[in-house]
Ligand binder design. Sequence first.
Ligand code: GLC
Length: 663
Amino acid sequence: MIRKFQFGKPFETEAVTADIAVSEGMPSCGEICLEEGFCYRFTMDENDIVYGLGEANRGINKRGYCYISAAADDPEHTEDKRSLYAAHNFIVISGRKNFGLFVDYPTRLTFDIGYTRSDLLEITCEAADLYLYVIEGESAYDIVRQFRGIIGRSYIPPKFAFGYGQSRWGYRTKEDFREVAAGYRKNQIPLDMIYMDIDYMEGYKDFTLNEENFQDFPEFVKEMKEQNIRLVPIIDAGVKIEEGYSICEEGEQGGYFCKKEDGSDFVAAVWPGYTHFPDVLNPEARRWFGDKYRFLTEQGIEGFWNDMNEPSIFYTPEGIDGVRELIRSYMEDKDGGASIFEIREAMMRLANSQKDYESFYHQVNGQKIRHDRVHNLFGYNMTRAAGEAFERIDPDRRFLMFSRSSYIGMHRYGGIWTGDNKSWWSHLLLNLKMMPSLNMCGFLYTGADLGGFGADTTRDLLLRWLALGVFTPLMRNHTAIGTRQQECYQFEKTEDFRHVVGVRYRLIPYLYSEYMKAALSDDMYFKPLAFEYPQDPQALQVEDQLMLGNEIMIAPVYTQNAKGRYVYLPEEMLFVKFMPDGSVSGEKLSAGHHYVEIALNEVPLFVRKGKCIPVAKAAQSVEELDVRNLEILGYDGAEYELYEDDGIHKDYANPRNKRMIKK
Ligand code: GLC
């Protein structure tokens, strides 16, 4: 049962698509206090678990920390961080009582989940203008299903997007891309996508191509596609301010940019230097910006990633003036003026400053809205701009799209990647923990930068991370400029990479089928064990294994130098290992705890009792997969419903997409 409560005058975020009437009165679980802004309180039972929050730090069980929904471009995802790039305000309290809460509020919101007082859940925000959805159900899983049912169908990418992709900030020329393609193809490591980071543009200007490096771009897109490789360019939120740059001029003339109080266009520096932000909350501006993607779709591009859309601000002219003042005071008055420390502090505060977010406005349905009041909706609406445009460009075709910043509602238009992680073992585990939480909030097409974005990776970390990435819908190796080369073929014994990435392709029939089933029935692709085995007290605590679809459990190795790991089986399962020689080992393991050996070049999974999964032969690209000749792995007599379609169009309901296979 879902009830919707209204407080004050909420901003219509359009996160929820179902038409739900506002309930009278107050929610029956927890209490609400409206003395200072909004506050929701609930006293948790000792054993209550709290799930949700999508892209957030720490565990699957969110209890014991404080999280703040305030989309932030912060590449240091250390354990103490309370905000990441997204705002996913949905939680489920599971235990003595089971209920879910979605706080539809577009800016800074705090979830204190047993941080200040271990038994207290407290949700607070400054303005009591919001919708609160309270969902009651039988179990955490049931509540998630109900929630997913009211926020609209999750985004469905084209099938090629289930292949493996290589990215690196720093590829500049056609030769750089050709080298990556050749590196993979020569070493026979499968590959479907190469991502184009900001250097493909002319001066980091959106919807331009570096003229010297990308002459005859459609020809180049074709050249790659002939090798079954798609180029996937990045689009940044800020539009460079430059005379003669048509996007900037059109935006200025059309009034499509966010404005300052005095009506002039807001100015903020990002990669290109000073930029204007398209006012993607304004439907007209959104349409204008979305149509710009045509510049690349018309040249054969079928997918994009949207970045810097928190929106990220490096500094503003006003911020720089402030620092300049401090430096002047330091220079002119060495004794009484600003100190070096103050100057350093001020420099650090230049980026993503609250003051800047308070100094510009959106136009929404004739109303002027200060950005900080709707801050968490920018990435959502930038991606919506593209998603709505794709519907106009080719309504029958699916495009690849994922974003860095997001809010619930954006899950209908694209996936997300989890931003600038590091080449740290702890971030491999964080990647795993975020996945089911994201699914709860509707984000199914997700993944992290495999191998780690910041810092130098190591061969073993990349291999172990790929062995998790084999299962994440978005499987992309991405790294920052200046880091060690991270393409699979840069390391010794490339055959290990060929094998691990190859397992992804072997599993695509199953992974794609489970993805589609989850998307088409508002279900989860990744689940915590607790959702399948709610009566098992040990399953409730597992934070380093996941259920994937209805047939398998995954338990990747995430520790340096480990030769295996402990794993908990809530029921008997078939322990399967994809061995480097192409063979598959299978061993029935009884319910309980086991230590399992998993070498660096092996990929493990567990088939649930009585189930089976289809497995293909490895291929160099999704296009080359032979989905007609599938091997069936699992329990004898088991059946599996396989979903399969052309992977391009949207004919999802066609009964021919489903067939039963039997072991
Ligand atoms: C941001 C993105 C990262 C990208 C970089 C350069 O840091 O998160 O993925 O490589 O910008 O565009």
